[in-house]
Design a protein around this ligand. Structure first.
Ligand code: ADP
Length: 609
């Protein structure tokens, strides 16, 4: 919760209004909720009014309007022999019961309708955010941001839900309760009501003042506790350093300082909290004494005074709730701001106007002087890349980590677009094709195999939900996965999450290859796993890959010597540039970067059988 009690900024208002605009489709329900809110306020008045009638009827006193009306009603409609006084009491008390029932029913429906709208708005918001995330540019999904995205979709929508529900509930119900109770005060005695309304703020002043102090110290206290935790963590994690440098005393003093500060704040919070109740009680009784003094002077009845004080008590809750509405708005508009920031991301990797579907065979892929940077001001990750890949060729990309291999292949499915130059298929810029058709032509096998919590069958058929059993099995056979799948407890219907641990790295890779092959894509992007597999797995994966590459244009980020040896072109990347290119033997003979890499990385493999 935001600690300082401050006015809403223009931006917060703007964000909150944007949030409220999302309730528009449910305007009918909200209007109905307001009607129930008004009736709810009316029931407060009715309750006080009929309670007064009931007390007068039972304890005696000047006849009230309720009694007069009930009397007239009985005289008109009832001719039986029942004790008139008893009957009158029953009628008056029935009105009281009706009012309390009305209060319950109207509370229920206004609360229900508002919750319904709030939950609905949040549900739609969650859907929108998820849909946006699915279509966000690939740039968004880099390391540190993933956790943040998750927290935004879940926590922030939760905060927003609270913001909408509480604020609308309070705004729809509480003003009318306040009005109902205040109206009753004026109904009893104009002057008394005016005096009380003037005293009332004084009674709740302690809450306002001390509440603010509590919030301020709580926030600072939380920061201190976080400091304590981090000092402790440093001391434990860096125990060796602390001991080696002999800084125990300094660490201890630092810890004690923060700890003392935390203690002082806790005590201030306790003092503030403990002061509120007695002060409120005292001021309330002062106010009550003033009321009693006045009623002696004005000769008010006891029941009037009781209900008068009752009305004041009823007004306390609405005032408290309405006075903190802005805090809730502040908090939820911060969450809404973060959510809207996602919704407002402009997806610049999308279909261009007039984009055509990519159809038929792919004869040639070209990178024409392609450069790429991840963010303005960052160094070039790709710099003047030129390459031509003809149909059926195997292009192997090698180079040190961070040399730009992944970025280069990611331009092909348009995870990113080049900042200068262009990538073409058969002479046409990738941006001239629709994204969906372009991506249908590309199979992607990543290093880390992503398997979904579903059956083997559906994991392979992930991109082709309509695939038949035969098609899936054919793909699995090509990927050399058929046999081990059949050996699983339920074959193709085995749920992977349950058996996830039983799948070896090599098996997971073969499933991923089968998934890519099912679409029979003319272009295959292969990010070979660097992690070592056992020899048998390695052979199976190798065989699967060899088969997968048949008849396709393949871009392989190659770590396997066999892939590299067979490659039609090897591109050696160095700091975003193609430093060398050629076939294996040519590059070895040249004695450049490739030869060095080869010695470092591949000689062990070459020595293996
Ligand atoms: P490789 O696949 O050869 O290891 P990458 O293409 O993954 O190289 O990375 C090339 C360079 O781009 C590296 O310096 C890396 O830090 C940087 N890089 C990669 N992805 C991102 C990203 N999403 N945002 C910013 N920089 C990135």
């Amino acid at each position: 919760m935001s600690a300082e009690s401050r006015k809403l900024t223009a931006r917060e208002k703007q964000i909150y209004l944007r949030l409220l605009a999302r309730t528009k489709p449910y305007a009918g329900r909200l209007a109905l909720a307001v009607v129930f809110g008004i009736l709810f306020g009316g029931s407060v008045f009715g309750l006080l009014f009929s309670a007064k009638g009931g007390m007068s009827q039972v304890f005696g006193g000047a006849a009230t309007r309720l009694q007069d009306s009930a009397n007239a009603w009985i005289n008109q409609w009832y001719a039986g022999g029942m004790n008139h006084d008893l009957l009158l009491t029953i009628v008056v008390l029935s009105v009281l019961l009706f009012c309390i029932a009305l209060r319950g029913v109207t509370f229920f429906f206004s609360k229900y309708l508002i919750e319904w709208v709030a939950q609905r708005v949040v549900m739609v918001l969650r859907n929108d955010v998820f849909s946006k995330i699915l279509h966000l540019p690939m740039l968004y999904f880099t390391g540190s941001r993933t956790g943040e995205l998750m927290s935004r979709t879940l926590n922030d929508t939760q905060l927003i839900e609270r913001g909408i529900t509480e604020v609308i509930c309070d705004l729809v119900q509480q003003p009318f309760v306040l009005l109902g109770a205040a109206a009753y005060l004026f109904f009893i005695d104009l002057r008394l009501a005016a005096i009380s309304l003037a005293i009332f703020p004084v009674c709740i002043l302690p809450v306002a003042i001390f509440g603010k102090r509590v919030r301020r110290h709580s926030k600072a206290g939380q920061e201190r506790i976080a400091d304590l935790a981090s000092i402790q963590q440093e001391a434990i994690g860096g125990a060796a350093i602390v001991k080696a440098f002999g800084t125990e005393d300094r660490e201890q003093a630092r810890f004690e300082g923060h700890n003392l500060d935390f203690f002082r704040r806790q005590i201030k919070i306790t003092a503030s909290k403990a002061a509120v109740a007695p002060l409120m009680e005292f001021f309330s009784v002062v106010a009550a004494c003033a009321v009693l003094l006045y009623s002696r002077h004005a000769a008010l009845e006891l029941s009037d005074i009781i209900l008068f004080l009752g009305a004041m008590v009823l007004m306390y809750d609405p005032v408290k709730k309405l006075s903190r509405v802005h805090l809730v708005i502040q908090q939820s508009s911060a969450a809404a701001d973060r959510i809207f920031a996602i919704l407002d991301v402009v997806d610049n990797v999308g279909d261009q106007p007039g984009a055509q579907p990519l159809e038929g065979a792919v004869r040639e892929i070209r990178y024409e002087d392609v450069s790429f940077i991840y963010a303005p001001g960052k160094p070039r990750v790709l710099d003047g890349i030129q390459l031509v890949a003809r149909s059926g060729e195997l292009i192997a990309l090698v180079g040190g980590s961070g040399s730009g291999k992944t970025t280069l292949v990611n331009l092909l499915p348009r995870f990113f677009d080049p900042v200068s130059g262009r990538v073409t298929i058969d002479g046409r810029d990738l941006r001239d094709f629709t994204l969906a058709s372009l991506r249908r032509h590309i199979g992607l096998v990543t290093q880390e195999t992503i398997l979904f919590n579903d059956t083997v069958f559906r994991n392979i058929a992930y991109g082709e939900p309509g695939a038949t059993r035969e098609q899936v099995e054919a793909a699995a056979k090509k990927a050399h996965a058929h046999e081990f799948i059949l050996a699983m407890p339920n074959g193709y219907d085995t749920v992977i999450a349950e058996r996830g641990l039983l799948l070896s790295g090599g098996q997971r890779q073969r499933l991923a290859i089968a998934r890519a092959l099912l679409r029979n894509p003319p272009i295959l992007i292969l990010d070979e796993a660097t992690s070592a597999l056992d020899t048998e797995s390695e052979r199976a994966v190798q065989a699967a890959l060899n088969e997968a590459m048949q008849g396709r244009t393949v871009f392989a980020i190659a770590h396997r010597l066999s892939t590299i040896r067979r490659a039609d072109q090897i591109l050696v990347l160095d700091q975003g540039r193609i430093a060398e290119r050629g076939r294996h033997d040519e590059l070895l003979a040249r004695g450049g970067i490739y030869e060095r890499l080869y010695r470092m990385q591949f000689e062990n493999q070459a020595a293996a059988p």
